[in-house]
Design a binder for this molecule. Structure first.
Ligand code: CA
Ligand code: CA
Length: 451
């Protein structure tokens, strides 16, 4: 049985216990056309972000707890879509697509010691696609859901949802759902016993699905089939292990929220999103009371948005940032006081940004007091630039270890896609657009700028 609740998006603070957040916004990486595909974590309360840096690199930004400076590291060539989780001991785990090799890889950072492992690959022309989601269980063991995109013969008609977890020193990939056409958008959550649940999109039937594994047996169910739902989903589990999922219904261009009570699903249309773009990622987090909070992109206004629902069941939405075209690929976390922190892509300045909700910022320089090395002077280095707009510094000797040292534009050239010239005579094939969306987007931006 389907229960649909339409809720008006109320002005923030108008009703209920949801208060209007104040937002402090900082530029994290302003170089190398950075920021698409971001994933946020917190290490002892300090934010860390894995992200995609042009032309195709996995990058990593971490706020140094001692210096309060953002350190930026280029981790690996080929890295595109990433997901990050940090365990309680401060070890950072990142899953990412190596889009050069179409391999799913794992980067682990422990107190400055880094390593990369191959999670899954395919022979011939085969390989993995865009979306992946990594989560840690109570023991700090990483689990990841991802998308098998292309078969060895180059066919994309065998695409399916996969899952792997680290067992001992190796990964054990399995197909979660044997039906093709499923898994392009996927997100993973683990319950208190480490049992995985994966929300994913069924492109064949245009259905949001949920797969779960109990006692080593995978089952799945259709969740929602109204309005082409399930795009850019993000899953979280409540204290009872029941799924909550944010996602986009693509026909109605709506942000929707689904919650399960063990027998029935309830659906709420939260807000309109204008239109669906390649970076219209939603990101869901539950606060300590189990209330949902969602960051998302409104393409109608080019804004980063934030939606919260109070205990009373009323959704409030709020503009977080609307300076330029911002808010794609957002990633939301709540800190120990349930304050929201969001990483996202600024498509106008091509920067990685972060927004902090309800943090104090005495000098209004975009850096919250707890993270500001100079909390009462907005231009501490007297260079005429407000400190929060400067971005971080590329880590060298004083920063995190660098694994690879390739030049910014040295790898992953789009020339392989388009020959030596830019794409002309129509759009690239949909599957390429999908896989290389950030790279294509950045290329288009550059071409438009030159024009
Ligand atoms: Ca400040
Ligand atoms: Ca300055």
């Amino acid at each position: 049985m389907r229960v649909l609740t339409l809720s008006m998006a109320l002005l923030a603070g108008a009703v209920g216990t949801v208060s209007a957040e104040t937002w402090v916004i900082q530029f994290v990486d302003v170089g190398s056309s950075s920021g698409a595909s971001t994933s946020l974590g917190l290490v002892q309360g300090f934010p860390v972000i894995s992200y995609f840096g042009s032309s195709r690199n996995l990058k990593y930004a971490s706020l140094n707890p001692k210096t309060r400076v953002w350190n930026l590291v280029r981790v690996a060539a080929g890295g595109e879509f990433t997901s990050l989780d940090a365990d309680s001991s401060g070890i950072v785990h990142v899953g990412y697509l190596d889009a050069d090799a179409l391999q799913l890889k794992y980067w682990r950072l422990n107190q400055g010691q880094a390593s990369i492992q191959l999670i899954d690959s395919e022979s011939g022309q085969g390989g993995m696609g865009y979306y992946n989601s990594i989560r840690l269980d109570g023991q700090g063991t990483p689990h990841i859901s991802y998308y098998y995109w292309r078969a060895p013969n180059g066919s994309t008609a065998a695409d399916r949802l996969k899952y792997a977890e680290l067992t001992g020193s190796g990964w054990s990939p399995v197909f979660v759902d044997s039906v093709v056409g499923r898994g392009r958008y996927n997100s993973l959550a683990l319950d208190g016993s480490g049992n995985p649940q994966i929300a994913y999109y069924d492109a064949g039937r245009k259905v949001l699905r949920l797969a779960s594994r109990v006692a080593n047996i995978w089952t799945n169910q259709g969740v929602d089939s109204v309005g082409n739902p399930g795009w850019f989903n993000s899953i979280a589990l409540n204290a009872q292990g029941l799924a909550r999922i944010s996602y986009i219904a693509a026909t109605s261009n709506e942000l929707r929220y689904a919650s399960f009570n063990g027998a029935l699903w309830t659906f709420e249309d939260v807000a309109g999103i204008g239109s669906v773009q390649s970076f219209s990622v939603t990101s869901l987090a539950l606060d300590s009371g189990g209330n949902p909070h969602i960051s998302y992109y409104d393409a109608g206004t080019g804004s980063l948005m934030y939606a919260s629902r109070s205990i009373g069941g009323t959704w409030a939405t709020q503009v977080v940032d609307n300076s330029g075209d911002v808010g794609g690929y957002s990633s939301l976390k709540l800190d120990s006081q349930d304050r929201p922190i969001i990483s996202y892509f600024d498509a106008t300045t091509l920067a990685l940004k972060i927004a902090y909700g309800n943090y104090l910022d005495q000098d209004a320089d975009g850096i919250p007091d707890p993270f500001d090395p100079c909390p009462t002077n907005p231009d501490c280095n007297s260079n005429g630039i407000v400190d929060g707009r400067e971005g971080g510094v590329t880590a060298g000797a004083a920063g995190t270890n660098r694994l690879e040292n390739e030049p910014i534009f040295g790898c992953g050239s789009l020339a392989g896609l388009y020959g030596n010239g830019p794409p002309g005579g129509g759009a690239p094939p949909a599957d390429l657009l999908f896989l290389f969306a950030p790279a294509f987007y950045l290329l288009r931006k550059r071409l438009l700028r030159r024009a």
